[in-house]
Design a protein around this ligand. Structure first.
Ligand SMILES: [Zn+2]
Length: 203
């Protein structure tokens, strides 16, 4: 019995599994034998990446586990390089379903409390396709560093040819944000994700 990721949104998990080439059934949102089989394979391959590259703290592991396998691999390589430089970073956000994204979008808008943290509605964030992660950097005593030079140092240590950094974006600078470098528009990524086609890395 595999762990059910995104238990409230089987369709989302099926899309993720299909984009990894693991799910061969219909995108019907129903947890059946094919979904179960693909989920088991997903877990096995994810475990292998953990063993081969490096294992991290609980929070980082939980978030990496929500990513497409290609992003799991890239985020682990990235984290390994950062940790080697002594930077106390964790991955504090991974994939979000469209519903999760919509909930986050409502925060700080209308009567909803909290600060506005995103401008993207469901299906409009790279976090909705299994390809993006956010890091948090912490002090020696565990205090959360919200921004500044520590995030530049992390990018310097961890960046590679296959990933894109939100700190390099011209329109909306997002220094905690990283994603697979796919070289195509968000609209095309969404289309591929929704139809279950795989993503091709720009290397
Ligand atoms: Zn992000």
């Amino acid at each position: 019995m595999s762990v059910r990721l995104f238990p409230d949104d089987v369709l989302f998990f099926q899309r993720l599994l299909k984009s990894d080439g693991l799910y061969t059934g219909k995108l019907d949102g129903i947890w059946g034998a094919f979904t179960e089989k693909a989920a088991n394979e997903f877990e096995a391959q994810a475990d292998l990446l953990k063993t081969e590259i490096m294992e991290f703290d609980f929070r980082t592991e939980r978030n990496i586990g929500t990513l497409a396998l290609s992003a799991q691999k890239e985020s682990r390589i990235f984290m390994k390089k950062i940790v080697a430089k002594g930077i106390k970073a964790k991955i504090i956000s991974g994939s979000r379903t469209y519903a999760d994204q919509n909930r986050l979008f409502r925060q700080g808008r209308g009567d909803n409390p909290g600060p506005i943290v995103t401008n993207a509605q469901g299906g409009r964030s790279n976090h909705n396709f299994g390809i993006a992660w956010d890091i948090g950097i912490f002090t020696e005593t565990g205090g959360y560093i919200t921004g500044g030079a520590a995030y530049d140092r992390a990018a310097e240590a961890g960046m590679g040819e296959t990933i894109e950094w939100g700190g390099d974006w011209a329109s909306f600078v997002d220094k905690p944000h990283y994603q697979l470098k796919l070289g195509v528009s968000l609209a095309l990524i969404r289309e591929k994700f929704e139809t279950g086609e795989g993503f091709t890395l720009v290397a």
